[in-house]
Design a protein around this ligand. Structure first.
Ligand code: ADP
Ligand code: MG
Length: 490
């Protein structure tokens, strides 16, 4: 299957070729023709499968005909976060260069002046986050009655971020006979309901996770007491052929402190999280993308869906509280056929979180055995180690009879707190949550020699993004099957 088979115009095919895509991804191959036929679409495919071009490409051809009108965008793309919105805009620029299309980006955190000017001159494509759009709409600065094509992208993330009511309102302002495309990595019931209500006879396209994806990310969990996390991280950064890495932490404070600490150890690290203003976030992303820094410490805020190619490693400095975040975090590596490596630090208090992750991904994540004891002195914190007898972390999950010595597990962060850990763009108040450092320690077992864990793939930046999941255990994610490595506990 080639792009030429999909019914796209020659100008567009040229732009696609220039951009370097040779073959459509499965979601693109299945979505583009019906979109060109003006059908409503529900497109379900995991992160990194090319959903953006699946709607951007046909939209460019559809919008290539017709005229702009002042204040009335001809199409609207809703994105959950500013970064994703900006990324979609970049796609329009890249693929629409042979077309006369005007677009405007309406996102929080940036000056509205130019956007308003663009809007009043008339745009073909309006790319917006729901909050900012609602704002503007309520102030009468925009009319959606001329909007004949609506894209709801990253619908599951919209749900996580509490945007569904806004989306419903927005949908009701658009003409009823519009074309609507909805994309999501998963299809939780709320999204299904939204689709039932606002899409007309949609074509449902679901692309299974390609088999190769299962092997393109080598996943490990590393049993490590919280106090040892930084040390273990530094060790892995030095020894695992890390070229570029994104390090995710659950809290903004942790992100900040971690970046600082890494820098003090001479690592080329930056940070991105919800407490930074948009300009600083962008600047940091750009530095990462440009290779000026090779390590990006990130909160979930800036991360989801962002596309930075070639990240060799993802580290979950904290096991994510919401299993879905795990999938999105590790999706920053192993993209586009390159093999990536994902390490998840599991402290005693993460037992429940990791169990949830493994439930979602469909199996145990192999335990990574840390290197020699010279590499990481696990015995340093004797005082703390005493605490409790280690509780084994689901022994049945530990391959080869080795198990992580897990200490007493604490209850995971209460959900309410977890939900506040990041700011919600555009509206929600931002809150700082407590900084990391747990109170318990894990008793270390003697570290065994590291199994071979060849590192792979070059890396490149990633990003992170906002907002907190609200919920959603729809079980619809048929997660990656981890590649096995080894077991051991710190
Ligand atoms: P999703 O929205 O499904 O998470 P994206 O649209 O962000 O995925 O695309 C993920 C990555 O794949 C991007 O780097 C994009 O440039 C790349 N990509 C998309 N389509 C193709 C293609 N047909 N060939 C090669 N790379 C592609
Ligand atoms: Mg996307």
């Amino acid at each position: 299957m080639s792009f030429a088979d999909l019914g796209l115009s020659n100008e567009l095919l040229q732009a696609v070729e220039t951009a370097g895509y040779t073959e459509p991804t499965p979601i693109q191959a299945q979505t583009i023709p019906p979109v060109l036929m003006m059908k409503d679409i529900i497109g379900i495919a995991q992160t990194g499968t090319g959903k953006t071009a699946a709607f951007v490409l046909p939209m460019i051809d559809i919008l290539g005909h017709g005229r702009r009108r002042a204040l009335m965008p001809r199409s609207l793309i809703l994105e959950p976060t500013r970064e994703l919105a900006a990324q979609v805009a970049e796609n329009f620029e890249k693929y629409g260069k042979n077309h006369d299309l005007k677009m405007a980006l309406l996102i929080g955190g940036v000056q509205m002046g130019d956007q308003l000017k663009a809007l009043s001159a008339g745009v073909d494509v309006l790319i917006a986050t729901p909050g900012r759009l609602m704002d503007l709409f309520e102030r009468g600065k925009i009319m959606l009655t001329g909007c004949e094509l609506l894209v709801i992208d990253e619908a599951d993330r919209m749900l996580d971020m509490g945007f569904i009511p806004d989306i419903e309102t927005i949908c009701s302002k658009l003409p009823a006979n519009r074309q609507t495309l909805l994309f999501s990595a998963t299809m939780p019931p709320v999204i299904k309901k939204l689709a039932d209500r606002f899409l007309t006879n949609p074509k449902y396209i679901e692309v299974a996770r390609p088999a190769s994806n299962n092997t393109s990310i080598v996943q490990h969990k590393v049993a490590v007491p919280s106090r040892k996390k930084r040390e273990v991280l530094r060790e892995l950064l030095k020894t695992d052929n890390v070229t570029t890495a994104i390090i995710f932490a659950n809290r903004k404070t942790t992100v900040r402190e971690l970046a600082k600490s890494l820098k003090s150890y001479g690592f080329s690290a930056g940070e991105i999280h919800g407490d930074m203003d948009q300009a600083s976030r962008n600047a940091e992303l750009e530095r990462f993308k440009a290779g000026e820094i090779s390590i990006l410490c990130a909160s979930d805020v800036a991360a989801r869906g962002l596309d930075v190619k070639g990240v060799s490693h993802v580290f979950n400095f904290d096991t994510p509280w919401h299993p879905d975040d795990y999938v999105h975090r590790i999706g920053r590596t192993g993209r586009g056929g390159a093999t990536g490596r994902a390490f998840t630090f599991v402290a005693p208090e993460d037992a429940e979180a990791i169990a949830n992750v493994e439930k979602l991904t469909g199996g145990p994540i192999p335990i990574y055995q840390l290197g020699s004891s010279e590499d990481v002195d696990v015995h340093e914190d004797k005082a703390v180690r005493e605490e409790k007898p280690a509780r084994e972390e689901k022994p049945k999950r530990a391959p080869r009879g080795k198990r992580p010595a897990q200490a007493e597990t604490e209850a995971p962060e209460p959900r309410a707190a977890a939900e506040k850990r990041e700011d919600r763009p555009a509206r929600a108040p931002r809150r700082e949550t407590r900084s990391e450092e747990p109170k318990r320690e894990v008793r270390a077992e003697t570290p065994a020699p590291a199994p071979s864990a060849p590192a792979r793939g070059p890396a490149r930046g990633g990003r992170r993004r906002d907002a907190e999941p609200v919920t959603r255990d729809d079980g619809s994610w048929n997660g990656p099957v981890p590649n096995f490595l080894h077991v051991s506990a710190l």
